[in-house]
Design a protein around this ligand. Structure first.
Ligand code: KG4
Ligand code: ZN
Length: 344
């Protein structure tokens, strides 16, 4: 039985968790700053790092209290060191170094994208079957990767412009909905007709890459047209928010599902995994499950978005293969899952 303390501060969630043997969540505390950043329509980096400073100690104390364990009972401290906002990452990394040094524990550096992937095995009995194809779709990333073993990844494709979550956030803003945009669009879309507007899908045939900026611009023009019409009509009428939200959501989901399905077929994958905040989307989960022919795993929605339990989960695997970080560990805001000049 080995407990790993996980710490996550890459964006606007201050999170600390205790996980046993890489899979069993003992405690999982997340302090979200979403309400604070809502007024800016996105994360305000300077405010995010200041909020992390305020919350990191109470969140740590709460995570240990809920676990009923002390720092001395941990086997390691695992922390996200990238990708993310530099000022935010620094708070978690410095806290982790202090804790590990004080308690004489190994320090383990975690890639945030890898943490999202490992959320799939938290509190689950599922067997991991390699090779598998994983779609990581978050606010900052949209990547299709082939995972051939623990910690072994090959990049299949990625977004050439906006990340899928970023597109949800920007379109929500255009529609006058709140932040984060994903859950807002999902809920607005429930009352909408997904076939109301034929929005563009960037297929980028022959690649596993994605592009969402054209779709976002199409929504921008659509909203402008309605605003102009409303002005001409003397203020009557308005933007059909539910129909646009439903049509936009359908367009994003269709591309994500088709590309992932094709990647799974062509690579001979034995499983498909969803990861990242956008994997919380109900339509994506439903359509992916219907479309792919191999078993599909996706974490429960609350584990798709940022948390520290998945950081601790990766930490446990890395502890097993003696991958420890030095005390000179620094943040890497632009960290990738697969370095661009390599394929594994
Ligand atoms: O993984 P995450 O919590 O943070 C990053 O690493 O970026 O992902 C946040 C993103 C946001 O863009 C948010 O709008 C999106 O995930 N998201 C969703 C849903 N829940 C969160 N997108 C679509 N549908 C959802 N239900
Ligand atoms: Zn994330």
């Amino acid at each position: 039985m080995t407990y790993v303390l996980g710490i996550e501060t890459s964006c606007d969630e201050t999170a600390v968790a205790v996980v046993n043997d890489g899979r069993q969540i003992v405690s999982n505390v997340v302090a979200s700053q979403a309400r604070i950043h809502e007024r800016y329509g996105g994360v305000f980096p300077e405010i995010a790092s200041r909020q992390h400073i305020l919350h990191i100690v109470p969140v740590l104390e709460e995570a240990l209290a809920q676990a009923g364990l002390s720092l001395d009972e941990m086997g390691a401290v695992a922390v996200t060191y990238g990708p993310g906002l530099a000022g935010s990452l620094l708070i978690g990394v410095n806290m982790a170094k202090g804790l590990a040094l004080a308690a004489g524990l190994p320090l383990i550096a975690i890639n945030h994208l890898e943490a999202h992937i490992y959320a799939n095995w938290l509190d689950s009995e599922e067997e991991i079957e390699f090779p598998l194809v994983c779609l990581i779709a978050s606010g900052g990333h949209t990547n299709l990767v082939l995972m051939t073993d623990h910690g072994k990844y090959r990049s299949l494709g990625q977004t050439l412009d906006d990340a899928a979550g970023e597109a949800f956030d920007k379109v929500a803003r255009l529609l006058g909905l709140g932040y984060p945009g994903g859950p807002e669009i999902q809920s607005a879309a429930k009352d909408g007709d997904a076939s109301a507007f034929d929005l563009p899908r960037a297929w980028l045939k022959g690649t596993y890459d994605f592009s969402f900026s054209g779709l976002k611009t199409a929504v921008l023009y659509l909203v402008r047209d309605y605003d102009v019409k409303r002005e001409l009509a003397g203020g009557d009428g308005g933007v059909p928010v539910a129909d646009i939200a439903a049509s936009f959501q359908a367009a994003v989901v269709e591309v994500l599902v088709e590309k992932t399905n094709l990647a799974a077929r062509e690579s001979g994958a034995r499983q498909v995994l969803l990861a990242g905040g956008v994997a919380a989307n109900a339509l994506l989960r439903k359509q992916m499950a219907e479309r792919v022919s191999v078993p599909m795993l996706c974490p429960p929605p609350e584990h798709c978005t940022d948390n520290a339990a998945c950081v601790a989960a990766v930490g446990w695997f890395k502890l097993g293969s003696s991958q420890r970080a030095g005390w000179d560990l620094d943040v890497v805001p632009g960290l990738q899952l697969v370095p661009q000049d390599s394929t594994s």
